[in-house]
Ligand binder design. Structure first.
Ligand code: ADP
Ligand code: MG
Length: 312
């Protein structure tokens, strides 16, 4: 088998006139963290349900670890951990009891279950609250318990649907940091989210979805280059003469803009901060601040659609 862990070809799902997922060709490699990102209703959950064999494609096919999810659902289910957007637990039971129940359902022997449960709780930062009733848990803790549950089966692939929804920014950041650690164990992660800015840092590659179609795919830097022209943004705050022209001439600068009386923004192919500072000083400006900004997926997404609409 190839390195492709998830592969789809023309994967399509229609509901009446609605094309929930439209001719999707997805190729996710072993060990990647791949984000399927897009607004509500763009087809993310439907894609996931087809990968899990829970929804039947109207056309096309999917392979997960080489298995056909519709024909070999158990093969897929035993190797793939899935965190749905709503995770259900028994509120009256403790975290440990909930996991023990799941372990039993999965047929794990008691000693194996106990070890894996302890490991998973530790891993997800829940060891100290393991014996508290889940009814007392915050949404962030529940999400982490959901991942702990997934870890019990030592999955090769983890699929997370809107994992940071409803988490405060700090809890979301912590949660995504844990996702990042799965890469070290070569677990392939697919996560779906409409919160582009939250997940962009954690994904190796992303696919941007719009009305069932994956309209852009690549690393954030690749998409930034493709859609925004430059993957790097340099900001400079400088007093003195107008620098727009001089900045625009720097080699590697794609676009220079004046945002404010003393603030400029450059899109660039590379980190050209040193050159920007040099040019500003040479022009007789007094440099107050110089910064580098990562491109944001929200902006890439918005700009992409502006481009599509204006060129149609
Ligand atoms: P996302 O997860 O990106 O928010 P979904 O995959 O849930 O998007 O939905 C994609 C589109 O398919 C939406 O227009 C949604 O209304 C429609 N859809 C999803 N599931 C069903 C269903 N079971 N029956 C009818 N329409 C559905
Ligand atoms: Mg969804």
């Amino acid at each position: 088998m190839s390195e492709l862990v998830i592969e789809t070809q023309n994967l399509t799902r229609r509901y009446g006139d609605v094309v929930a997922v439209d001719s999707l060709n997805l190729r996710i490699r072993a060990g990647e963290v791949f984000g399927i990102l897009g607004p509500n209703g763009s087809g993310k959950t439907t894609t996931i349900l087809m990968l899990l064999g829970l929804t039947e494609p109207t056309e096309g096919w999917a392979r997960v670890l080489g298995f056909d999810p519709m024909r070999q659902p158990l093969e897929v289910k035993s190797r793939v951990g899935y965190l749905p957007d709503q995770v259900g637990f028994y509120d009256e039971l403790t975290a440990r009891e909930n996991l023990a129940y799941i372990a039993k359902l999965n047929g794990l022997s008691r000693p194996v279950a106990q070890r894996r449960i302890s490991d998973a709780l530790e891993r997800m930062g829940l060891a100290e609250v393991a014996d508290r009733r889940v009814g007392t848990f915050s949404r962030g803790m529940r999400q982490r318990l959901g991942v702990a549950e997934i870890l019990l089966k030592h999955p090769q692939v983890i699929i997370l649907d809107e994992p940071t929804l409803g988490l405060d920014p700090e809890a979301a950041r912590e949660f995504l940091q844990i996702i990042r650690t799965f890469r070290e164990e070569k677990i392939t992660v697919l996560l779906a989210s409409h919160l582009l800015h939250q997940v962009q840092a954690v994904c190796d590659r992303v696919g941007l979805f719009h009305q069932g179609r994956m309209v852009l795919e690549g690393t954030v830097a690749e998409l930034a280059r493709q859609v925004l022209g430059g993957a790097y943004r340099v900001h400079i705050r400088a007093l003195g003469p107008d620098l727009t022209q001089a900045l625009q001439k720097i080699s590697g600068a794609v676009r220079a803009q004046k945002l404010d009386s003393d603030l400029y923004k450059l899109e660039a192919q590379e980190d050209i901060r040193a050159e920007v500072a040099r040019v500003a000083v040479q022009a007789g400006a007094q440099v107050l601040a110089l910064g580098l900004e990562e491109p944001s997926l929200d902006e890439i997404y918005q700009r992409y659609f502006q481009g599509v609409i204006t060129t149609v």
